[in-house]
Design a protein around this ligand. Structure first.
Ligand SMILES: [Zn+2]
Length: 78
């Protein structure tokens, strides 16, 4: 019976080991999926051709400019 006892305790030990491993590896909180980088749309200045991010671009009458000076210059010539 000695060998069976050893095997029995080995089995118990293995089950406990697996149980603890499962507890340790259990995800408590799912990591948030990585957000795609917010790629800002680049708009082209109609006067100088410079590409500026949409948040910095000056939009006027359907045209976009890199700065207010270029907007005024473009609209004064046309
Ligand atoms: Zn410009």
């Amino acid at each position: 019976m000695g060998v069976l006892r050893i095997l029995f305790w080995l089995l118990i030990g293995w089950l406990v080991y697996r149980f603890i491993r499962q507890l340790v590896h259990k995800p408590t909180s799912r990591p948030a999926p990585p957000q795609p980088p917010n790629i800002e749309q680049m708009l082209r200045c109609e006067l100088c051709g410079l590409h500026v991010p949409q948040s910095e671009a000056i939009a006027s009458k359907g045209h976009t400019y890199c700065c207010d000076d270029h907007r005024r210059r473009a609209q004064s010539t046309t």
